[in-house]
Design a binder for this molecule. Structure first.
Ligand SMILES: Cc1ncc(COP(=O)(O)O)c(C=O)c1O
Length: 390
């Protein structure tokens, strides 16, 4: 059994990236030592330093996303928090939503809850087993009550990339806002909010942007007026009973995750220095190497790959014969020191599409910026060895 993390092969970057660049942990330690006051609350030096750290992070992330106005960027806890804010902030009783059949529970559960609570209805555009979605289906499923389109930019189960720009153009032509779940793509694929037909973008700080857990954001275009889902102290307009109307403080009540945002800023600058394209090519090359390596293992290993032209996120999904994917993932960790994610990946509908639901899902490998070819080859050898015993 491998005990040391030095030898550990971490292939669960689609859940959260690990390790983080040293600059991220250094920035967080520095923030705690020199800047950890309460931002926008008080005028002493630590409060001001914390305020500068947050606005610095907001500008850094906004520039990275191509958002002209940083004030339209709301910091949240994670993608789930952002999706909840967007979905619950926009929908009213009786509204209708169109989304896809490969969404994460962080989209489908809020929609389901609102269905029970206030009669929201949802239709699901089908995605084929090899990752194809016809953007025109969004138009076809629109009704006079449709108030929102929601679409993942990439499946967290297969890495298939969805046609968000085309769906966004259809949404614009119909006057319906599009909410994109960028959990698997922000920090990986170029995002230019300035000329992307996207009104709301939910994203994590802790995945490809290389920030720490507990960070995320929601971009809200200036045409969208979101209701609050949480009210409270913002440090501004405190004399009013009403929540301030200005973004971002309208949606950022309470003391924020300042130390996390200091780390996120360092993660984004690391990514900018390294070059998004270079990092992307590295991760996709490793995903290709994993897929090729697993294919060589023959019929013992079943791969679930999207069409090559749609395979845009570095995710490789497989099963070893009919073995339980949770047990395979457990054995990979305990016996070989390989971290994977087994099960349904919080996206049961995608596993329904793939036909893997009755097996309990599948095993997911997802390389990251610090993964090496040797590690990928080590993971393939581990699967090979395990497959011989099953
Ligand atoms: C497609 C997708 N949406 C949403 C989420 C939720 O992300 P978070 O953990 O940042 O809330 C994930 C997490 O893996 C995801 O892959």
């Amino acid at each position: 059994m491998t005990q040391s993390l030095e030898q550990f092969i971490y292939l669960d970057n689609a859940a959260t990236t690990w390790p983080k660049p040293t600059a991220v942990t250094e920035a967080m330690a520095d923030f705690m030592a020199h800047s950890a006051g309460s931002p926008a609350r008080g005028s002493h030096r630590l409060a001001l330093a914390a305020g500068r750290a947050i606005s610095g992070c907001r500008s850094e992330v906004a520039t990275f996303l191509g958002a002209k106005d940083p004030s339209r960027l709301v910091f949240t806890l994670n993608t789930t928090d952002s999706l909840n804010l967007a979905i619950k902030g926009i929908l009213k009783p009786g509204d209708h939503v169109v989304t896809s059949s490969i969404e994460h529970n962080s989209v489908t559960r809020p929609l389901h809850a609102l269905g029970n609570r206030m009669g929201i209805t949802t239709d699901y555009v089908p995605v084929s087993v090899d990752g194809y979605l016809d953007p025109e289906d969004f138009r076809r499923m629109t009704t006079p009550k449709t108030r929102l389109f929601v679409l993942s930019h990439a499946s967290n189960v297969t890495g298939a990339v969805m046609p968000v720009a085309e769906v966004g153009r259809i949404a614009r032509s119909l006057g319906i806002p599009l909410l994109v779940d960028g959990a698997q793509t922000v920090g990986l694929l170029p995002t230019n909010l300035d000329d992307w037909p996207v009104d709301l973008l939910a994203f994590p700080g802790h995945k490809s942007l290389l920030g720490p857990p507990g960070t995320g954001g929601l971009y809200v275009s200036s045409d969208i007026d979101l209701d609050t889902v949480r009210e409270g102290g913002t440090g501004t307009q405190s004399e009013l009973q009403d929540q301030p109307s200005r973004c971002p403080e309208r949606h950022e009540s309470g003391t924020p995750n300042t130390v996390g945002l200091a780390g996120l800023r360092a993660g984004v600058s690391y990514l900018r220095r390294e070059g998004l394209d270079r990092v992307y090519q590295h991760e996709m090359k490793l995903a290709g190497r994993l897929a090729e390596g697993l294919k060589l293992l023959g019929p013992r290993v079943r791969l679930y790959l999207p069409r090559p032209e749609l395979h845009g996120a570095p995710i490789v999904l497989f099963n070893i014969k009919d073995a339980d994917p949770g047990q395979v993932s457990f054995a990979l960790d305990r016996s070989y020191g390989v971290a994977s994610r087994g099960g349904l990946h919080c996206a049961p509908s995608t596993h329904r599409v793939l036909g893997t639901i009755s097996q309990g899902g599948a095993v997911r490998f997802s390389p990251g910026v610090f993964t090496t070819e040797e590690q990928v080859d080590g993971a393939v050898r581990a699967v090979w060895d395990l497959a011989k015993q099953i």
